[in-house]
Every structure is written in C-alpha cells, then in structure tokens.
Design a protein around this ligand. Sequence first.
Ligand SMILES: Nc1ncnc2c1ncn2[C@@H]1O[C@H](COP(=O)(O)OP(=O)(O)OP(=O)(O)O)[C@@H](O)[C@H]1O
Ligand SMILES: [Mg+2]
Length: 644
Amino acid sequence: MSRIQLLSPRLANQIAAGEVVERPASVVKELLENSLDAGATQIEIDVEQGGMKLIRLRDNGGGIEEQDLPLALSRHATSKILVLEDLEAVNSLGFRGEALASISSVSRLTLTSRRSDAPSAWQVQTEGRDMEPVVSPAAHPQGTCVEVRDLFFNTPARRKFMRTEQTEFKHLEEVVKRLALSRSDVSFVLRHNGRVIHQLRPARTEQDHERRISSVCGPAFIDQALSLDMCAEASGLRLWGWMGLPTFSRSQTDLQYFFVNGRIIRDKLVAHAVRQAYQDVLFHGRHPAFVLYLELDPRLVDVNVHPTKHEVRFREGRLVHDFIFRTLHRVIADVRPEAAVSSAAASLDGGQAADPAPGIPGINAQQFEQGRMPLAQAPLGGSAAAGSSSGSGFQSDYSPAATSLGAVRDQINGYGALHVSANGAGGLGGPGANSAQDAALAAAQAQGEVAPPLGYALAHLHGIYILAQNEQGLVLVDMHAAHERIVYERMKQAYETEVVRSQPLLVPLSMAVSQNEADCAEEQAAVFQRLGFELSRMGEESLVVRQVPVSLARGNIEQLIRDVLSDMLTYGQSQRIENHINELLGTMACHGAVRANRQLSVPEMNGLLRDMEITERSGQCNHGRPTWTQLSLNELDKLFMRGR
Ligand SMILES: Nc1ncnc2c1ncn2[C@@H]1O[C@H](COP(=O)(O)OP(=O)(O)OP(=O)(O)O)[C@@H](O)[C@H]1O
Ligand SMILES: [Mg+2]
C-alpha cells in the first residue's frame, strides 16, 4: 500500500457526487430544490440532449451576494443550517451544502446571480483540481441562473451509464413533475431542445391546483380521484390531496406521489400504510394512484437519512402509519352512491351543503365522485331507500344492524334459495312482494322525494346486469359483483363484532424466534388473543402457539405468525391475520352471492340497489372490479347524436 494522502478537493467532490449525481435528472432535482429554497416563484429549465449536453435553470429567487458566490460552489457551505438544532428541524429542501460542489466537480458549471439590492450580477466557475473559484461580473436580472454543460465529461465511467437522450429526458421530466406537484404556487417552464414540453402556471385557487394535477398526472386521474383533507389535531398531522378511486388502478406504481412537508419521498412505512388502505378493493397486482401531502412538525421527521433525501424517518412512525392508513381507509370505505339523496336532503334543508361524513372532520362528502356521479354520505337507517319497507326477500334481512354471523349465514342461505326459485315474483319476498315494493316506490315518488342515487330497477339483462333509471340517466349494475361486495362487507362486520372462535391445536406449535420477536409477541399478546390465537413465550427466543382461530386452522400458522411479527416490528402493527380471515370471508361471499343467469324480480333488484347505497366500498367487488357504472342522458344523447 502507498502512503496516506489528502484527496484533492475536486476528487473528494467527485466521490461525493457519486452518491447524489446519478444522471441529468439528479442535477435538475438539486437545482430546482435550490431555487425553491431561494423563494423563487418562476422557474425556467432549458435542456439539450436529455440534459447530457446542457441543463440551464433560471429562477427569480433571492439570489446570492457577490462575496458568497465562491462559497456556493464549495463543499460544506450552506446558508440553510448553522447548528445541530437546525438540522433537527429542517424546513428547507437542501441543508448539506454539497449539491453545487458535487455537480461542478463532474461538469462545466457556471453560477450567475444577482440579489435585488445589488447593482449588478456576478458569475462564478471553478478551476483545476483544487476547484479554485473564479468570480467575474455578468449581466443578469434578479435571481439565479445555473448552467451545467457536458455532465460527466471528466468521469467517463459515469458517462457510460447514461441512457439514450429520450430516456434521460423522461427521468428529468419526472423530476420536474414531482417538484411542480409539490409547489403549485410556483410557475414552471420546461424546454427540451428548444421545444416547450411543460408550461405550468401558478395555482391560486383550488381549481387551479386541480388543473395542475390534471396537467401533470393526466385528466383521467383527477376525474376519478377523491379529494381529502384531514387533520389529527392532537398529533398535529395533516394529510391532504387526491387519491385515485380503486377502479382507477394502474399496472405500475408510476402515479404515486407522496410529499412530506413539501419533499417527495418513497418511504416503506408510507407505502405500507397506503397499500393497507387499498387492500380489499384493488384488483390483484394493480397499484393505486395518489397525490398526497403530509404535513407535520419538522422536528418529528428526520430528513437526513438518505443521500438523495428520498427517504425520511418519522420519530413517531407508528402514529404516522396509523394516521395515514385510517384516513385513506375511511375515504375509500365511504365511496358510496348517495349524492342524489343528500342533495335532495340539502335542498329540503334550504340549500345547505351536504354534511361532512360523520366522524371524519374535514372530508367533504361532496368531493367524492365515482365516474361523473357525485356521491355523498349515506343517510343511515334506510330512509334513503324509498322502498325499504317492502317485504322483498333481498330487503328483509338487510338493515345495517343485521350483522350477526348467524344472520349473515341465513342471508347466504336465502340467496341460495334465490338460485333455485323459478322466478323472481315468487322469490324470497314471497307472493305480493312485487306489488308491495311498487306501491312503496310509487308512494315515495308521489311525496315528491327524489329518486335514490342508483335509482329504480327497470330490467334484468341476460340475468347478469341490472338496468336502473336514476335522475342522471341509466345505471348499469353487475349483479354478482355488487352482491358479492355486500355479502362480504356484512360478513366482515359480523366477524368483527363477534368473539372469534378458536380451537386448540392437537400438538402445540413451538417456534424459534429472535429475542426482538419474542418481546414483540409478548407485548402484543392481547392483539393475538383478540384474533383468536393463544400464544405465549417459552424462553428468551421461543414461542408456543396453543390455540388458533377456527377459520385459519388449516393454514400455515407458523409462517403467518412470523410475518405478523415482522410487520409489527417494522410498522408497529399488522393486518395480516385480518387479511387472511378477510380472504376466506371473501371466498365465502363469492360463493354466497347470487350467480349470474338468475333472473331477479324488480323488488329484488331494488333491494340490491338500496343495499349498495348503504354498503361500504360498494363501488368495487371483492376483486376490485367495478360493480356499477352510470350512463348519463347526455352520453346517451351523444350516442344517438341527439342535440338538446
Ligand atoms: N438558486 C439559488 N438561489 C439562491 N441561492 C442559491 C441558489 N442555489 C444555491 N444557492 C446558495 O448556495 C448554497 C449551496 O447550494 P447547495 O445546493 O450546494 O447546498 P444546499 O442547498 O445548502 O444543501 P444541499 O447540498 O443539501 O442541496 C445554498 O445554501 C444557497 O445559499
Ligand atoms: Mg441544494
């Protein structure tokens, strides 16, 4: 080995650049963050050859003083933090004082800047292995311009990893999109080889904000997204933004934006909480789309854990996980087709807006949408269902209170009877159900009540689809899918409210685990017990399972418990046992739900529609497929080229 020597500043910076500057997109990220930190409201980015030849970023921010210019390009020099306490409550995007030094060590970088109070602008570049700064006068309006040419010209190994111009530009564009989503109050222009690719005006109103989301994420997203804004007063957490409806799922995770105090992050804990929230409503292998903003006291989040700052560490990880999960879960559960009813109620109320969903302050039910149909909170208790007093078989067991497992079982048996009964009129409702329902509907209509959101059944198409008429036009319902969800939700509710039945294992199962896991199992014993497990610690590193829930007795208990413990250790909680149980209930529900090709009577169909209106997550079946859709009169008119 040779003797120890100090690295030259350029080489030290090039090594540091290895972590932060991976490709042109990383340069743009750092430069954009600097402009935002400098309070810029207008940012223009010019790129040539995917950023490999040139990246020029111009802002109208605060600018840099002449004397500070040399420091801006040196390592460990920043205006953003001074002492350790600042690092513990960072509210700027940068704080390391490394980005410009790193970038200028692997490219030809020129920094030009002018403060508002300065008579003229100045420019700085670095030279040689010592990165000696050279300052000269320049012409520039207030703000800063950074020009980065020939990225990696002096680090050929890095240069080899660059992809085609188009690929590099795609990455770069994605970075611009993310930052544009994080700050809709700032205007952005992105040009590639002289062509304008994005021109985003600053958003001042909620509408403008949605327009920006739409131009970045595509109009389909915002059309099929629920907006939310929720605060947890006690912990000072706020979560707001837009989450795609489960039916707007994607094959990739490419439309997922999560910001923590304005910084985009990809975090395991957050990803887990979101996945859990969509669990049960997404088609297998599909991914949700969302643009979400979490705001919290900067002291509660450590941003100094990852070189590119893509990850963060929450000081109260469990609390944050729980808050995100519960908020999103609630929003999805409340996607129900009820706006028509509540807008009717509102008009009776003298035109006041619909109530926010009970128990979830901040969520305005009017913001919910499925397709083009506005949705709102269910008037629980069935007053919405004009025909709910009828004796229809579909209806009879269907008050929201009927949630005991026994009742659910009876229901399923009832649906079984539907399969065999020869025709709808003689179905569960018994003779006369049809006329009773019709009379009830007629009475409701006569009293001037507005039709329920999913309207009234007209016919049953090929034994598969229910056609119904509502105020907007035609509603189409996949009978089996809709019914499956209803049965499933009922079964889950029943399962939750009853004591879980468990059975002893013939041979108790002993498991070798780590000490951490054993501690965790001990701490969480009550959770396991509530779910039907009897589990105790046998030694430092072993557990024994004596009793398990009946429904899981035939599964791989050991694997399940291991996975659960690992979740609990990482995320503070685990939904795995519930998920397994839900999966089983889902299968049962699928078998219990009415099959296609079974002709339903009108009252039965109306019963199903009313049930959909009061059932959580009724917009998708258990497999995430949509259960209903709306064809408005306008759309029908278009089909027939009929002008109104
Ligand atoms: N566009 C800009 N407008 C005003 N000042 C800037 C701009 N870009 C950089 N600066 C100044 O130069 C300093 C160094 O920037 P640099 O990006 O290297 O470090 P940083 O932003 O402080 O930390 P990090 O390395 O985490 O990005 C900043 O602290 C800031 O004072
Ligand atoms: Mg920076």
